[in-house]
Ligand binder design. Structure first.
Ligand SMILES: [Zn+2]
Length: 471
């Protein structure tokens, strides 16, 4: 550093450069970028930048922060003879604080046309009614001082736009109106949405996320066709009561998630990829994987990718569709029914296997699908179950079977709804052979395909077996 720099007296612009450096720190911290320094006898006593967001303090403006720090350092709330440098014209609060501190002078940079109290909106410093007068000197390095502010508000606009675009409905999809889901019995939970998974390509996916985010245990509950997260409403409160976290997504095309218009948008690989990315995006760990129907056909292929995320498996009427065995008679009948009656009543399907359900509960299963335009997933899923060795998804299902047989280190628990003609006891006994150390299944003689409708009993049992917790 040349000698003349240190010898020369610092002038207003030099001190404003220090305040500007503070403003740029605020920008990096996500605060409105305003910086301030307080100078006494040519010495910098205090420097600070805006911090209302980080400090949860509406009064944490740069000026107030330097006044506090300087007064504490000097042991005097009166800062007579001192000068405050700030990159933006002070607001009324700060102007008032500056007067109360009896500062000799305030030097500010960029004008603030909306809230400025040094001449832009009003002028606190030139009011003869106020008994102390602080000299106000503005527009010092005005251009430079407004730059971080412009950058900040530009960044904010870009972020808001990106947000809006992400939740805007894609042209090739439909969205069941949010109001249709109001007041469904036994489903009081707030919606959560994600749309920035690469595979979603802007589709909005809904999921429930209940219980503490930092819980030591996370239950990941995967539904199948034609259900949605509503299917888990009996199990969720039981897991939550144990202090655990519960995450239950609606697959694209189901529940509160966006629904592609075309049947061909759905594929085994796409849905699997969405789930893999979902688990990674939420960084779920200590997962207790809960699966049934397509929740298992897809969900059982997930843990082999990142086994360290998974602790336990709770498996109900489902299968690994490896293409090695013919699909069950019951499944083929189901597939034919879906093809013959594409507008079948989903609520009635649930009521048939679950006479204990109320009319409103059955209707809740129809809610996501107000018309044929919302039913692409219902048409696409039955033919998508891998049926031959070369079907899409069959190879990855065989890899998964190998994983469950050879490499699964976690605990397992199997429940079988015995009234299920589609994925009932014979199919489940076969699956049990593929899961390492899977104990004898728990048989539910009254339960049909949608075993979760007996979820209270299942969830309590699982807590007891996995965590030695009893009600
Ligand atoms: Zn202020």
């Amino acid at each position: 550093m040349p000698a003349w720099v240190t010898l020369r007296r610092m002038n207003d612009e030099d001190f404003m450069q220090l305040a500007l450096a503070q403003a740029n720190s605020a920008l990096a911290a996500g605060e409105v970028p305003v910086g301030a320094v307080l100078v006494c006898d040519g010495q910098v006593i205090a420097q600070a930048h805006n911090a209302p967001v980080t400090q949860h303090d509406p009064s944490a403006h740069a000026e107030v922060l330097v006044l506090r720090e300087a007064a504490a350092k000097l042991g005097n709330y009166r800062l007579e003879g001192c000068t405050l440098y700030v990159t933006l014209e002070p607001c009324t609060m700060c102007a008032g604080a500056i007067l109360n501190a009896r500062l000799s002078k305030v030097v500010w940079g960029a004008p603030e046309p909306k809230t400025g109290a040094a001449g832009s909106v009003l002028n606190v410093f030139e009011n003869p009614e106020l008994n102390h007068q602080t000299l106000s000197h503005g527009h010092v390095l005005s251009q430079e001082c407004s730059l971080p502010l412009q950058t900040f508000f530009k960044q904010q606009r870009i972020a808001q736009k990106a947000n809006a675009a992400a939740t805007r409905l894609r042209d090739d999809a439909v969205r069941t109106s949010d109001s249709a889901f109001l007041g469904l019995p036994g489903y009081p939970w707030e919606p959560n949405y994600i749309s920035d998974l690469p595979s979603l390509n802007g589709l909005r996916m809904h999921y429930l996320d209940e219980g503490p985010a930092d819980a030591k245990v996370t239950w990941l509950c995967l539904h199948g066709n034609p259900a949605w997260s509503y299917l888990y409403r009996q199990m969720i409160p039981i897991f939550m009561a144990a202090g655990h976290r519960v995450v239950a997504p609606d697959m694209p095309g189901f529940g509160k998630s966006d629904k592609p218009k075309k049947d061909s948008a759905h594929s085994f690989e796409w849905h699997r990829q969405v789930l893999l990315e979902f688990v990674e995006a939420l960084d779920l760990r200590h997962i207790q994987l809960v699966v049934q129907d397509w929740g298992g056909i897809l969900g059982l292929t997930l843990p082999m990718v990142q086994p360290w995320r998974y602790q336990s498996l709770l498996v109900m009427n489902t299968t690994l569709a490896t293409g090695e065995q013919p699909l069950s008679e019951g499944f083929l009948a189901w597939r034919k029914m879906c093809a013959d009656k594409p507008l079948f009543d989903v609520g009635k399907l649930f009521s048939r296997g679950n006479p204990q359900l109320s009319e409103q509960e059955c209707a809740a299963y129809n809610t996501p699908f107000p018309d044929a335009g919302h039913r692409a997933a219902l048409r696409a899923f039955p033919p998508m179950v891998p049926s031959s060795f070369d079907s899409p998804g069959a190879a990855v299902s065989r890899q998964a079977a190998e994983f469950w047989r050879q490499h699964w280190q976690g605990r397992s628990l199997m429940f079988i709804g015995q009234q299920d003609p589609v994925l009932g006891e014979p199919v489940m006994r076969e699956l049990q052979q593929h899961i390492r150390a899977c104990p004898e299944p728990v048989l539910l003689p009254q339960a049909g395909h949608f075993v979760q409708e007996h979820g209270h009993e299942i969830a309590s049992h699982a807590l007891q077996i996995f965590f030695n917790l009893s009600e």
